[in-house]
Design a protein around this ligand. Structure first.
Ligand code: PLP
Length: 458
């Protein structure tokens, strides 16, 4: 009896077709074996990996690994230790202890000097006792705690917004928000110096996108004139205080443009909160604008607020969409109790110890003046917490960073490909905790080194 006979229906109808299909399959597999395209009958099985280029079998050949090796060799050739991922014994912002030596530190964005603040530490300890250190899962399933909503209410209050939503990462806040709210058929126009998290969000969204030349509103309007009418929703997005250059976006003009062209405006205030405006409320306070003219305020908790995470303050509709659909919120754990308490306390301190805002502004203006007076190229810096020193060469930036390190000053180089070669730089983050002596000594040592490397003429 053949297999087909087992059906008991002979070779007609469906079983006939089955039988035909089986015999065709059998014939085809015989052909494949004979032509050597498949597994040889009874012979040794070919190992598929033998057909793969060996460079795809080991991450030591990955182009990114080659970049890392190149950077390390480059630093060695310059005779300096790799300045990245340095082991720190301790850091509290303006000071750092690295391998048991004290440094003046310019690599921390602890703008208001709130990291290690004893009031924050006490509240964090109390939060851990009350709630533990984790909320266990996404808020969607693990539920809401009062501290989440309190924090969001405080953040929304800064911008007079309907609501706010906190994420556990600042980077994920931008990626998830932009890619959830915008998509195919939409247009996103962004400042070309916007942070990586904005650009990753834009790419992921599937919207059509165009960068405009840094802070050029003429370029922005040209793009909108040409393209706005072809798209549904349009987003204009920029940083408030630019994290690499220390200059600021022209908010009053951006508001006019967004109204004229019918766009949504999103501002990333990661570096502006605590730094711009009399009370540290950021870009809108600096310009005296109505915060409700901006549709999406984004900020991070990792800088002025000495914590970790990000937030969106916006209309109730926007925050609801994000609450239910943003993958970085829905599929990620809720903010830990210790972090929420620490950030809430930092917000309180930003308000009650307003002198900190004045101090970071004064320190930044002082340092910028010292560098400018010495003839050092500080690019577009406006004197608000972020002050670049443009070296025009990655090699000089790395060497300067190494020489300053020997002098007890820690500042990081930003080199190609993070910026173009001509834009290679050192980036100084100024905090309220830096002393006049820190700033004066650093400016003096830096000026001497810049002369040595021929990047100032004096
Ligand atoms: C402008 C800007 N946006 C977003 C982020 C991401 O924030 P976080 O480091 O808190 O994830 C950063 C990081 O420094 C930033 O500079």
């Amino acid at each position: 009896m053949t297999d087909n006979d087992k059906t008991g229906t002979g070779k007609s109808g469906i079983s006939g077709l089955m039988s035909l299909a089986n015999s065709i399959r059998a014939d085809r597999s015989r052909e494949i074996s004979e032509s050597g395209d498949g597994h040889p009958a009874g012979g040794e099985m070919p190992v598929p990996r033998d057909a793969v280029d060996p460079t795809y079998l080991d991450f030591k050949h990955h182009p990114l690994m080659e970049n890392i090796r190149f950077a390390k060799t480059f630093a060695e050739k310059c005779g300096i230790a790799v300045p990245f991922f340095r082991e720190m014994d301790s850091t509290d912002g303006a000071r750092a202890v690295i391998q048991k030596r004290d440094y003046i530190n310019f690599s921390s964005y602890n703008y208001l000097g709130l990291n290690r603040n004893p009031v924050i530490s006490r509240h964090v300890y109390e939060a851990a006792k009350l709630y533990g250190t984790s909320v266990g899962a996404s808020r969607l399933v693990a539920g809401e705690r009062a501290f989440h909503r309190n924090l969001e209410k405080e953040l929304a209050g800064i911008y007079a917004a309907d609501d706010a939503l906190v994420f556990v990462s600042g980077h994920a806040t931008n990626v998830s928000t932009i890619s959830t709210l915008f998509g195919k058929g939409d247009l996103i126009v962004y400042d070309c110096l916007s942070h990586n998290s904005i650009i990753e969000g834009i790419k992921l969204s599937g919207a059509q996108y165009f960068p405009y030349a840094h802070n050029s509103l003429t370029a922005l309007c040209q793009i909108l004139d040409k393209n706005r009418s072809r798209f549904r929703r349009t987003l204009l997005v920029t940083e408030g205080l630019f994290s690499m250059d220390g200059d600021i976006a022209d908010l009053p003009e951006l508001i006019k443009i967004k109204k004229r062209y019918g766009c949504f405006l999103m501002i990333d205030e990661a570096h502006s909160l605590g730094v711009l405006g009399e009370h540290g409320r950021g870009l809108f306070e600096h310009f005296g604008c109505d915060p409700r003219d901006v549709d999406i305020w984004m900020g991070t908790l990792s800088k002025t607020l000495a914590g970790c995470g990000g937030y969106i303050a916006a209309s109730g509709e926007i925050t609801d969409i994000l609450r239910y659909y943003a993958p970085g919120f829905v599929y990620s754990v809720g903010m830990s109790p210790v972090m929420a308490y620490s950030v809430l306390t930092a917000l309180d301190l930003m308000r009650s110890e307003n002198w900190r805002v004045g101090k970071v502004q004064r320190n930044s203006a002082k340092f910028l003046k010292l560098l400018k007076d010495a003839g050092i190229n500080t690019g577009h810096a406006r004197g608000y917490a972020v002050i670049p020193v443009i070296t025009g060469s990655s090699r000089i930036a790395v060497q300067l960073s190494g020489d300053l390190f020997e002098e007890g000053i820690s500042v990081h180089p930003i080199i190609h490909p993070a910026v173009s070669e001509q834009e290679a730089r050192l980036r100084f983050f100024i905090t309220a905790d830096h002393t006049d002596a820190d700033l004066e000594r650093t400016a003096e040592v830096l000026a001497g080194l810049c002369r040595k490397y021929g990047i100032i003429k004096v």
